[in-house]
Ligand binder design. Structure first.
Ligand SMILES: [Zn+2]
Ligand SMILES: [Zn+2]
Length: 172
């Protein structure tokens, strides 16, 4: 879905509400941690104020991940807020402030789908965890340490210090 700038101008500062459903298959293809995903529903509004155009709202989807630590599949009920500001690409405001978050607009429409897809993908984790403090798998016996407490001694030795540990062991 695209929003025509002429329509925003016509509304004279009155926000234009919108609802979009993003293509789940394409999102899944573009992020290798996403194992499955329901259609992403986005709702928000667009408005023109002066020379600037604003798009904001939020998106929701259930996303299937595999925990990077314990390898258990889990579902994240993801909510991703978005808020973007645009100016016409020839607007001097874009040259004046190179560090600004204002995005240039080419043409006479805002392409919502590609904009929201980028925002959604950026919010997805590259290292998904089932729980913030997931204990992961035991590196010695392989049990899921969230479910079973094994008695392996897994001393965390920094590989760069391993030589030093050996040195102290020998000197005892
Ligand atoms: Zn986990
Ligand atoms: Zn173990």
């Amino acid at each position: 879905m695209n929003i025509k700038l002429a329509e925003l101008e016509h509304r004279k500062g009155e926000p234009l509400p919108f609802q979009v459903t993003l293509d789940a298959d394409e999102l899944k293809k573009r992020h290798h941690e996403i194992r499955g995903i329901t259609p992403v529903t986005a709702s928000g509004e667009a408005v023109q104020l002066g020379n600037l155009y604003y798009v904001k709202g939020s998106m929701k989807a259930d996303v299937n991940f595999v925990c990077a630590r314990c390898l258990n599949p889990f579902v994240d009920q993801a909510t991703v807020d978005f808020s973007e500001t645009f100016a016409l690409s020839d607007d001097p405001i874009l040259q004046d402030d190179e560090d600004s978050d204002i995005l240039p607009l080419e043409g006479d429409e805002i392409e919502l789908d590609s904009l929201l897809q980028e925002d959604f993908l950026l919010a997805m984790p590259t290292f998904p965890l089932c729980e913030e403090d997931c204990k992961g798998l035991c590196p010695t016996c392989g049990v899921n340490r969230n479910e079973v407490a094994c008695s392996c001694k897994n001393e965390r030795v920094d590989p760069r210090l391993a030589g030093l540990a050996d040195f102290f062991k020998d000197s005892k």
